[in-house]
Structure formats: C-alpha cells, structure tokens
Design a protein around this ligand. Structure first.
Ligand code: 5AD
Ligand code: FES
Length: 363
C-alpha cells in the first residue's frame, strides 16, 4: 500500500488524493500528521509566536456575505466607526506593549473618503511607531490605486480571505451580484503581491456544501498562489444570517474544529515558512482552540486591542470570544495562552513572514 499516512507524509508535495486522505485521518494516523507538522514548525519557524494587535475599527460593511454577522442587511448590527484618536490610541497601546505590529480590520467599504482617512491614519501610525512596526490591513477589496497608496504610506501586509477557492461554492455563500465577484477577489491577491505587500489569505472550514475535495483544492490554491500568511478558521453559524437556515446540514462544531486543525497541519507541512494565525474562531468552539493551533502549526496570535465597548458589535459569528474583555485583559490572556502552548511570545519582533523575506531575496 503506498497511500499509508507515513508514506504520504514522507513526501511534502501532496496531491488532492493525499490531502483528502490526511483530512480523513484519525487516531494514530492523525498523531503522525500532527507530529510531522510540529516537526516542520519547530525546524523552520521555531517556537516563537508573533503578536498582532487587532483593531476592529469599524463594522460598517457594504457587502452582504451570507455567513457574516456584520453583513449589510443585518439591521440588528449596531454600526460603529472608531474615531481617529481611538484608532491611534489603540495602535499606541500595541506599540507601548511591544507587540511590534497591528492589524487594522473593518467591514468592507470603499470610497474616496475612506481611502483618505485610512491613508492619514497609516501615516500617523508610522510617525508614532517608526518603520520597524508591522501594519497589516484587513479592509477588504479596494481599487488597485488604493492598495498602492496605502502601501506607499507604510502599510506592509494585507489580508483578504478568499473564503473558498471553489467558484460554485463561493456563489452559494455570497449573493450573486457584482459586489461579490470571485475572480476580482482572487485578482486582488495578485495585485497586492505585485505591489509588494506580504499577502495573506484563507478560507472557512465546515461551510455548508463544502466537501473534503473543496478543502484540498483550497490548500493547493494557496500553495499555487505562493502566499506569505494564512488565516483559517472554522465556519460558525450566526443566527441573523441567511446561512443559518442551513445549520442542520453542518457537521458538528467539534468536527469542524478538528478538521480546521488538520487543515492547519497540512498547510504547515506544505507551506513550511509562511506565517499562520491561530484564529479567534477556533477559540469559540474549544476554550483551548488557539493553543492547540499553536502547538500544531500556528506562529501568529492576534490579541484583540479594540476598545472594549465596541467589541460586541463586531459580531461576525455567534459566541465570538474576547467580547467582554479589555485590551489589557486580552494581553495577559495572550501571554498565558502562548506559554500554555509552549510557545515563546515574540515581544518586540515584527515577525515578517519568512516566506516573504525569501521570496524578496530571490526576485
Ligand atoms: N464564521 C466564521 N468565520 C467568519 N468570518 C465571517 N463570518 C464568519 C462566520 N460566520 C470570517 C471570514 C472573514 C473574517 C474577517 O471573518 O473568513 O474573512
Ligand atoms: Fe462584511 Fe462580507 S458581510 S465582508
């Protein structure tokens, strides 16, 4: 038999069939998968865990993704936009606490005034923090010129999750209209890379209608795209979204959790030197979800530094963690969690993706 797990794991370039086999592994086989991922993690990126202070600066969204709690049509979501001063204070908090990088995340909106406002904020943050500070944007799809403008002002990383790499499934979880254009989303990732950003993407695991073959294709898609960073989380239903109606078709939460960990392990083995985030959604299923992700594959943790009073409104899915906590509380929790996972908190290190550094040296 040449498709035993040890045989598959002895080669790093898995085929779709191999990946599906790994995704189905249990017990002893699963241990082998996790151990191989740990081995790769240890030898290539080590046990450091880099921090990115997460500022969820607005939940205003022009899109209507069928899974997302802050979708435009959810009139129950109380909309907010932090003031410039609140955003700067949060960035300063991250800088003072030696996090060495932040993620500015919001719902998807685009307008000239939004572009200008974010641009001004990036410049102010660079002024306060200097060039040795990572600024990641997670503000959705924008014009090419906006991406370039923000990059030139000092943002150096950009995250856009593709959510699924299967066009048909993409249309099942997004409205079929020009605002939710699969090809445009993929194109954005290429544009961002050409501009010079460290580029991150990811998918949700356990979506209604998603098969193991879709997930295998997702992994190969990310590999082919040569991404620098990856954020993968389980899909978690939100009561006030259209996809909630399909909840009876979903696999149980603990199975979605386990499947996500397997995906992370496979990604670590196949894309050895990228940065992988321990996503918050993992923790909403399992209290130790982020720790488990760090033990197997992840090397990035995003302590939430959004001012406490806004957090309940950035409600992407039900049971989102860190809603009642303050930035200071999330900080001590973060350190404890990383220690528990035998990670080393990389205070003061921007933690650029090794993959990106290598990619830049080759070009
Ligand atoms: N379950 C899990 N993740 C979700 N996201 C949005 N809605 C959900 C949900 N219901 C994720 C998407 C998005 C990121 C900001 O949050 O992947 O890209
Ligand atoms: Fe906000 Fe999709 S609903 S990004």
């Amino acid at each position: 038999m040449n498709n035993t797990i040890p045989n598959i794991l002895s080669n790093n370039n898995f085929t779709v069939t191999n990946i599906i086999r790994l995704l189905k592994s249990n017990d002893g086989d699963l241990k082998l998968l996790y151990n191989r991922a740990k081995e790769v993690k240890e030898s290539i990126v080590g046990n450091k865990v880099y921090l990115r202070g997460l500022i969820e600066f607005s939940n205003i969204c022009q899109k209507d993704c069928l899974y997302c709690g802050i979708r435009k049509s959810n009139t129950n979501a109380k909309r907010y936009f932090l003031s410039d001063e609140e955003i700067i204070q949060a960035a300063k908090f991250a800088f003072d606490q030696n996090y060495a990088s932040i993620v500015l995340q919001s719902g998807e909106m685009s307008s000239p005034s939004f572009t200008e406002r974010i641009d001004r904020l990036i410049k102010r943050i660079v002024k306060i923090t200097g060039s040795e500070f990572g600024i990641t944007l997670s503000c959705g799809e924008q014009n090419d010129s906006t991406y370039a403008k923000w990059f030139n002002s000092g943002a150096n990383r950009y995250l856009i999750r593709i959510e699924t790499s299967n066009e048909e499934l993409y249309h099942k979880i997004h409205p079929r209209n020009g605002a939710h254009n699969f090809q445009k989303r993929i194109e954005s990732l290429r544009v961002l890379k050409n501009i010079g950003y460290q580029v991150g993407t990811g998918v949700m695991v356990g979506l209604p209608g998603q098969t193991l073959s879709h997930i295998a294709d997702d992994i190969l898609f990310m590999k082919a795209l040569d991404i620098d960073m990856c954020g993968i989380g389980p899909y978690i239903e939100h009561k006030e979204t259209p996809l909630f109606e399909q909840r009876s078709t979903l696999m149980p939460l603990n199975a979605r959790f386990e499947l996500t960990l397997k995906v992370l392990a496979i990604i670590r083995i196949m894309m050895k030197d990228i940065n992988i985030a321990a996503s918050t959604a993992l923790q909403s299923i399992d209290k130790l979800g982020r720790e488990k992700a760090i033990q197997v594959a992840a090397n990035v943790f995003m302590p939430n530094i959004t001012p406490q009073s806004y957090r309940k409104n950035y409600n992407l899915y039900d049971n989102k963690p860190c809603i009642a906590e303050s930035p200071v509380e999330c900080q001590s929790c973060t350190v404890a969690r990383i220690n528990l996972a035998n990670g080393k908190v990389a205070f003061g290190e921007t933690g650029d993706s090794k993959h990106y550094i290598t990619r830049k040296m080759i070009v």
